[in-house]
Design a protein around this ligand. Structure first.
Ligand SMILES: Cc1cc2nc3c(=O)[nH]c(=O)nc-3n(C[C@H](O)[C@H](O)[C@H](O)COP(=O)(O)OP(=O)(O)OC[C@H]3O[C@@H](n4cnc5c(N)ncnc54)[C@H](O)[C@@H]3O)c2cc1C
Length: 408
């Protein structure tokens, strides 16, 4: 899959990132993780302390897939409001989903403290604003649901917003304690942690086939360079490219665009350096980075053809800068890195753990959606719990055929 094109900021923040060898022999293990992006790294992190023999293979280099284009706003609120998700899944289901998302963000914070590579994890508040007057009512309903479920937040009026920011909106949810991270450093940090605990990591090692030995109860994976790995369990953490291994009908793709600016001297007009997004679909979103750059993203386009996606990059870059200038006219920015990328979501707004008959003892981690990194943290934990303990009731919430448990 031609995932993305353009120039990428995150890898420049870690030029001396660890490297790993190419697989050059046949191996066997308890758990094989396919993919060395943030999802594979999150699985490896959870498996690092289990008494299991684990291998990670990555077809190119660590963190070079969607992980290097991720804007890494770390939030529990996603593209579909929780109040909308309740209509599909029921209140108990969505209450549990919300709890698991909040736990996942806490676990990312804990993980970032357990590792030795700095992942630039910082707690940030979020401004989630109404893009138009018609959206105020649904935003208010969402606020009331979240408040009722003990989320720390406030509802801002137009006057409150104008007092804090140089732009105006009719209303907003201001939520405390979301976060931002450097996804490239985070991925490396988790794999470095896992490798130091004995997990074997191989780069430039691409899976190109598999078969199941019923008698042994083992999956065997072949690699493009002629090696094989036998495993009791496989976690397919190949990101959007996982769809090339197993198509999942609930997934869908669009093209999206981001710009990372030059470092800015004065961010004092940006209240608390909040993460910013809005109710419009598609929406604009922005954050700052540790070295005072601004990342602006959005202007999604329905095309799934790489040439078409890429032909719009310059126009979208200019438009993103223009949108930013409208909101923060006194912050002068220049685009330094800009990219076009495919971005995957699910039709019902909930990420997927795929378990398929033709892939025995295997889990497909389809953490698709705007909070992909948080979803991956959540799903990795559930998959690892099921592998290690043999049972994880919460995993059923995310299976591709979601049983609409507790719907009422
Ligand atoms: C522009 C953009 C902005 C985003 N912003 C946010 C955000 O603000 N917040 C958020 O939470 N999420 C965001 N996301 C989503 C987030 O980027 C993804 O959820 C996350 O990066 C997925 O990581 P991954 O490891 O699953 O995928 P990837 O990073 O793509 O990693 C998968 C890896 O698997 C490897 N691979 C594939 N096939 C094989 C094979 N056959 N053999 C071996 N290796 C293989 C690939 O080379 C790749 O390195 C954004 C996504 C995009 C595109």
């Amino acid at each position: 899959m031609n995932l993305q094109s353009g120039t990428y900021y995150w890898p420049t923040t870690f030029p001396d990132a660890p490297t790993y060898p190419l697989l050059a022999e046949d191996l066997s293990c308890d758990v094989l993780i396919i993919g060395g992006g943030s999802s594979g790294a999150q699985c490896a992190y959870y498996l690092a302390d289990a008494d299991l023999d684990v291998i990670v293979i990555e077809k190119t280099t660590i963190g070079s897939g969607s992980t290097s284009t991720n804007t890494a706003l770390i939030q529990y609120s996603g593209e579909k409001m929780f109040t909308d998700l309740i209509n599909t899944f029921g209140e108990n289901y969505i209450k549990r989903h919300l709890q698991l998302l909040q736990e996942a963000i806490n676990e990312m914070e804990t993980a970032s403290k357990n590792v030795t590579i700095d992942c630039e994890f910082i707690r940030r508040d979020t401004l989630y604003s109404a893009s138009c007057a018609e959206d105020v009512e649904s935003l208010k309903k969402e606020y009331e649901f979240l408040k009722q479920h003990h989320c720390e937040l406030a509802f801002l009026t137009k006057e409150d917003i104008e007092a804090k920011y140089p732009f105006s909106r009719d209303a907003a949810i201001y939520s405390y304690n979301d976060a931002e991270i450097n996804p490239f450093r985070f991925t490396h940090a988790l794999l470095d942690y896992a490798a130091k605990k004995g997990i074997r990591v191989y780069e430039n090692t691409e899976m190109n086939g598999h078969f199941y030995d019923k008698q042994k109860g083992m999956m065997t994976v072949s690699t493009k360079n002629g090696c094989s790995i036998q495993a009791r369990y496989i976690i397919f953490a190949a990101g959007y490219e996982g769809m090339e291994i197993k198509k999942e009908k609930k997934a869908s793709f669009v093209s999206t665009y981001t710009v990372t600016t030059n470092p800015v001297k004065d961010l004092s007009k940006w209240y608390n350096r909040t993460l910013i997004w809005e109710t419009a679909r598609p929406y604009l979103f922005m954050r700052t980075t540790r070295d005072n750059r601004i990342i602006i993203g959005g202007l999604d386009d329905n095309t799934t053809y790489p040439e078409d996606r890429d032909s719009k990059l310059i126009h979208k870059k200019n438009k993103l800068i223009e949108e930013f200038n409208n909101m923060f006219p006194t912050i002068k920015v220049q685009p330094e890195y800009y990219l076009a990328a495919f971005y995957g979501g699910t039709v019902d707004g909930i990420p997927i753990i795929g378990k398929y008959e033709e892939y025995p003892n295997s889990y497909f981690l389809f953490a698709f959606g705007d909070n992909g990194t948080v979803y991956s943290q959540l799903l990795s934990k559930l998959i690892v719990k099921e592998i290690v303990e043999g049972n994880c009731p919460d995993l059923a919430l995310y299976l591709q055929e979601r049983p609409l448990l507790n719907k009422r």
